[in-house]
Design a protein around this ligand. Sequence first.
Ligand SMILES: Cc1ncc(COP(=O)(O)O)c(C=O)c1O
Length: 382
Amino acid sequence: MAEDTIDRRDIDSLARWLKTYPRLSKGPLTVAFERAWSRWLGRKRSLFCNSGSSANFLMTYALLLSGRLRNRKVVVPAVGWVTSISPAIQLGMEPIPCEADPDTFGLDLDQLESLLKKHRPGAVMLVQVLGVPHKMRELMALKRKYGFFLLEDACAAVGASYRGTRVGAFGDMASFSFYFGHQMSTIEGGMVSTSDKGLHDLLLMLRSHGWSKDLDRPAHRALVGRYRIDDFHSPFVFYVPGLNMRSTDLNAYLGLGQLKKLAWIVSSRRRNHARYLERLAGRFCVQRPEPGSTVCSISFGLLADDEEQRRRIVKALVENGIETRIFSAGNLGLHPFWYERYGKASFPMADRIHRTGFFLPNNPSLKRKDVDFICDVALGAL
Ligand SMILES: Cc1ncc(COP(=O)(O)O)c(C=O)c1O
């Protein structure tokens, strides 16, 4: 299913760097990686942390502490990842589930608009499902009309773009994951990006215990002045109830190396995805990218006609040594973490993805003949 994008050359390079006995904990390379990421993405600021899940938690928490939310209601997608939603639960917010769009499998925009009218939520969590960009023109129009904060989970969508803008540059904040098997890897790792300095300052404090040491000098001095803190105390004064979700310079070193080969990774994944579409879109229900969007998927997701057909295809894939799995997490509203609190959240499209969805491998090491072989096996099992 996945191949490590940290290859022998990366490991050799890391070993050479380690032999210079550098600082290993969060330090200058973390800052360099954050800057390089912001430039690549087209946002002003980024924060490197220890996973995509932590990135989601940090951005949800920062938004809550900013005092800018009109209420604690947040629309969350039925199709996404558990840690897209769990921060809202952990932080005592009120998550409102939303159906999946039949084309991109992101938020269903008709249902979203009725939820916006009914609940006037302060925030919406969008998952850019598997690197297929959502209908951003329509979604951004809803944002302007209803005035919510948009959190964009681009954890599985690094390298995708919509009408020339990279996915992850639309939300007030966006998260990315660098877990093994995602578009690029820092072993574990995540990033939050934003162009909002106030939110970024909160993220910096929340990532490291709640202290102000990581802020720029004017922001740090402003806090020290407001609370009349003396210099001896100031490094260890905690302004928000923080966490430790830092990563390290070792991981940042890997991240900087991955950024250099991201263009190649992205083009290989795009090429494979396009070939899957050519071979399978006529026969299966698949995510249909919007015109003007560029897909960069971590797996090719598709839906069988029914559960029995999915069982047959999965059996054939496994017998031919091809890894497969359910489509992301299916419908999150059908998982115990959700229904034990709120009851089952059932929606026609999300349920269909849950019952009949599955993944085919997409990684940069797959060649056209590999993709064709996988397609032959899937089609042969119909
Ligand atoms: C949409 C989405 N959000 C968040 C995450 C969590 O990322 P991580 O594994 O880095 O915690 C994932 C992981 O696959 C994901 O697919």
